[in-house]
Write a protein of this length. Structure first.
Length: 261
């Protein structure tokens, strides 16, 4: 029995952390599954807000549960994995899928699974090694992912809190519309918070959310830079084709793969 457990652990570790083509394909498939389920959660909130059909939810919950158990077995320290943020987020997702009768309003907290995109450091490392385009645009792509995750998580909180309180927020799309209008400071006013909890939440989104939102957007749209520290002045962001440091004029030797775009 111990030998079988060891063998299973070895196989799972190779799949989740290995460098073989089979392991990479397996992890890319898991990432694709995550993206598909996130899209399903968002679309179903608009098309089926009453959550009358749960068969697909149970199938997704079964797959996520298998993935959760497999990750726990493959982890070097299962106890630490169980209390990790990613693991706790998965527990919330699975619970929301298999207990809709008790967590109907909180079902959309399962979009916190999008945080897995921010935690996939091993996958990001693979993309750095495999794609020069990814290496050149890594900061922009990471900021884009962070921005999407942030918007959807805030939207989930708005929906969960206001679904039964605000008659103007009837589905996830309404909550997304309000969140984006607030974060961009557009404030059309067609959806407003009328209760104290909603107004307090809006204040928090304005104070903390707008600053983070603008910072992420700025990172996405600012000119592409390469990170290399100037040995004289310490400036660590330079143009990709820079020969001299713009701050002190020191000659730089920026590594390049020889491609020009």
């Amino acid at each position: 029995m111990a030998a079988e457990t060891f063998s299973l652990k070895t196989i799972l570790r190779q799949l989740y952390f290995g460098h073989s083509t089979k392991a990479r394909v397996f992890r890319y498939a898991l990432l694709a599954f995550d993206l598909i389920t996130i899209g399903y959660f968002v679309v179903s909130s608009v098309l089926d807000p009453a959550r009358l059909h749960h068969a697909l939810d149970y199938v997704i919950a079964g797959v996520l549960l298998l993935d959760y158990v497999a990750r726990m077995i493959a982890a070097a320290n299962p106890g630490r994995y169980v209390v990790s943020f990613t693991s706790l987020a998965d527990v919330v997702v699975i619970a929301s899928l298999i207990a809709p009768a008790f967590l109907e309003n909180f079902a959309f907290m399962r979009v916190v699974r999008m945080l897995r995109l921010m935690r996939s450091y091993h996958l990001l490392k693979e993309l750095r090694d495999a794609s020069s385009w990814f290496r050149r645009n890594e900061e922009i792509l990471q900021s884009g992912v962070n921005l999407i995750v942030f918007i959807f998580v805030v939207t989930a909180i708005v929906f969960v809190v206001e679904d039964d309180r605000n008659p103007n927020i009837n589905n996830y799309l309404d909550a997304l519309y309000f969140t984006v209008a607030t974060l961009t400071t557009t404030g059309f006013g067609d959806i407003t918070m009328t209760d104290s909890v909603g107004r307090l939440m809006t204040v928090l989104i304005m104070i903390f959310g707008v600053a983070l939102f603008l910072r992420l957007v700025q990172t996405i749209f600012r000119p592409s830079k390469v990170r290399i520290s100037c040995p004289d002045c310490g400036l660590n962001r330079h143009d990709t084709d820079a020969v001299h440091c713009k701050h002190c004029g020191r000659t730089l030797k920026i590594p390049t793969d020889g491609s020009w775009e």
